[in-house]
Design a protein around this ligand. Structure first.
Ligand code: FAD
Length: 320
């Protein structure tokens, strides 16, 4: 069976969920071979093996931390040459997309970005993408070279599938470009204790209807009762009520959670572009004619200042 390279996104050996989802998709098209780089790379092996990695190629060197993405591209290219895979899968983060694009150029292959599903096809892997603010779903395959595909978080279920996960050291030679851009400082973002917006299984977002920064605690409390991330419409962000890092939409982040709750959001096309692939959509809006109700699975016509606290109270009560 053909091997499929899976680029591992991890923090000091802790593998992030989108990588485990990639392993589920990789198994549909071949045998997953994981590529883990940087500090803690070897520590990723156990969890990658539990989720289907037949092999884990690891490399660590100061270059991975001290410089921007090119050393990682050098390493992924080395893995590509060592394995000759049927496809290369990379998480659709900002960094992942840059790594994938650079790799595709180097190996002369086509690339598909932001896939939301992947299946085996007669002529290679077939990726599903959501286009034009999720008005269309397209299926495509790479017709030149080895498919390089980036996949959005929450596109597949994480499945246990024990495999050998044999660790092998990957020999990497860094090219002249690798040290071209040096990292001079890192500032960790203040932790809210909530999941990362693009990876969260549940997102609760507030819009102009929240009517002020001082009311966003209602959105946060509902989010916390569900273990969710907090999002915001551009109107709420532009008004200075919530940070831009939480904006969902065309000029914000694209999310695809199991559950998306929109409170006081009208459902403009630019907002939909960032959340329309959510599996279940719930809206709370006092205007029964609001466009958001055209795409919801469950809609509540009502004042969010009444509905949201009641919902939070009910969820907390049920959790005991
Ligand atoms: P509104 O459209 O003003 O809607 C507020 C809603 O709240 C209304 O439906 C109202 O009925 C409801 N409401 C009011 N009070 C209550 C209450 N008490 N209880 C319940 N409901 C209530 N927007 C994004 O979100 N993300 C983007 O990334 C983005 N990018 C854009 C890029 C471009 C190039 C452009 C031109 C626009 C972009 N926009 C984006 C803006 C977008 O067009 C809308 O203006 C924006 O999404 C509106 O935000 P909103 O739904 O919060 O506000």
């Amino acid at each position: 069976m053909a091997e499929v390279l899976v680029y591992v996104d991890h923090v000091d050996g802790a593998v992030r969920k989108p990588t485990l989802e990639l392993l589920t998709l990789a198994r549909r098209v071949g045998e997953p071979v994981a590529v883990a780089l940087g500090a803690g790379a070897e520590a990723t092996a156990a969890v990658l093996a539990e989720h289907g990695a037949v092999k884990v190629l690891t490399a660590d060197a100061p270059e991975f931390a001290e410089y921007l993405v090119v050393p990682k591209v050098d390493a992924l290219e080395a893995a590509y040459k060592a394995v000759s895979p049927a496809a290369v899968l990379v998480p659709s983060s900002a960094e992942g997309k840059e790594i994938a694009a650079r790799l595709a150029v180097r190996i002369g292959s086509g690339i598909i970005t932001d896939a939301i599903d992947l299946e085996a096809g007669d002529e290679g892997p077939v990726a599903t993408q959501s286009a034009f603010a999720a008005s269309f779903t397209t299926k495509s395959r790479v017709s030149k070279g080895t498919p390089v595909i980036t996949v959005k978080p929450n596109s597949a279920a994480v499945e246990a599938a024990p495999a050998a996960g044999a660790v092998e050291a990957l020999a990497v030679t860094f090219g002249a470009l690798a040290t071209g851009t040096k990292v001079i400082s890192r500032t960790p973002r203040e932790s809210t204790g909530r999941p990362e917006l693009t990876e969260a299984a549940i997102v609760v977002s507030g819009g102009r209807g929240v009517n002020g920064a001082e009311n966003f605690h209602l959105i946060e409390e509902l989010a916390d009762s569900l273990g969710a991330a907090v999002g915001a419409s551009r109107a709420a962000v532009d008004a200075g009520w919530y940070p831009h890092t939480n904006q969902v939409g065309q000029t914000g982040k694209s999310v695809s959670p199991q559950l998306y709750i929109a409170a006081g959001i009208s459902g403009a096309i630019q907002h939909r572009a960032g959340m329309q692939t959510s599996k279940t959509i719930v809206a709370v809006n006092k205007d029964a004619e609001a466009p958001i109700f055209d795409l919801v699975d469950y809609g509540v016509v009502g004042d969010l200042f009444e509905v949201v606290p009641q919902l939070t109270g009910e969820i907390k009560a049920r959790k005991g």
